[in-house]
Design a protein around this ligand. Structure first.
Ligand SMILES: Nc1ncnc2c1ncn2[C@@H]1O[C@H](COP(=O)(O)OP(=O)(O)OP(=O)(O)O)[C@@H](O)[C@H]1O
Ligand SMILES: [Mg+2]
Length: 205
């Protein structure tokens, strides 16, 4: 049975490592699994990712960012995710439209109009919507600690205030999004992974 599972949350919350572990587990359960990341997982998506995350790109307007992230998303959702679901695969996606609502509408000051961004995301996704979005919630200090070994990208390099607004934005967006399930991702890795597996088993038999 095809399923579209999305992991989202602040920079360093654990999306990539939890997604990898979920894919291994799903594979072990006999599912055909496709792991995608946003922006990315298509040639144009990866090129846009490089552009969006490189510090040399400099400042962009929130509108420009929202359109570029959404362009990458359209290509990933329509050209990669939808066909995989058609083939009966389980798709595990890192990030998605909640990130655009949070980073470009809620965390920027002044940010974009939330409903306008939501409408754009509806047009990008069409009928191909995630079955569940796990929002990995961590306090900004914990996320910063988990990122301490890597060099910040263009967006991570924004100040602590921005990251506070990102965390608050995810909590708000998760509360208003029926597909979202809030996960306490400050717990040890294995506990978070067990929680995700249990919820997937319950929600997606
Ligand atoms: N629950 C956890 N407890 C402790 N460390 C964790 C936990 N989850 C992930 N980590 C570690 O935190 C670091 C960041 O995790 P990861 O790269 O998966 O986050 P991310 O959300 O994908 O980050 P980014 O937004 O930058 O892509 C990694 O070193 C990972 O091993
Ligand atoms: Mg990651």
């Amino acid at each position: 049975m095809s399923r579209y599972v999305m992991l989202d949350g602040p920079d360093g919350c654990g999306k990539s490592s939890q997604a990898r572990a979920l894919c291994e587990w799903l594979d072990g359960q006999g599912a055909r699994v496709l792991h995608v990341r946003e922006p990315g997982s298509t040639p144009v998506g990866e090129a846009l990712r490089q552009l969006l995350l490189a510090k040399t790109t400099g400042a962009l307007l929130p509108l420009t960012e929202a359109l570029l992230f959404s362009a990458a998303r359209a290509q990933t959702v329509l050209a990669v995710v939808a066909p995989a679901l058609q083939r009966g695969e389980v798709v595990v996606a890192e990030r998605g439209y909640l990130s655009t609502l949070v980073y470009q509408a809620l965390a920027f000051e002044p940010g974009l109009d939330f409903d306008w961004v939501l409408d754009l995301q509806r047009r990008v996704h069409g009928p191909t919507l995630p079955d569940v979005i796990f929002v990995l919630d961590v306090p900004p200090a914990v996320a910063a600690q988990r990122r301490r070994w890597r060099t910040d990208d263009r967006i991570e390099a924004r100040g602590a205030d921005y990251h506070d607004r990102v965390r608050a934005g995810f909590l708000r967006a998760a509360a208003s999004e029926p597909r979202a399930v809030l996960i306490d991702a400050a717990r040890p890795f294995a506990q978070v992974q067990d929680d995700l597996r249990r919820r997937i088993s319950e929600a997606l038999p």
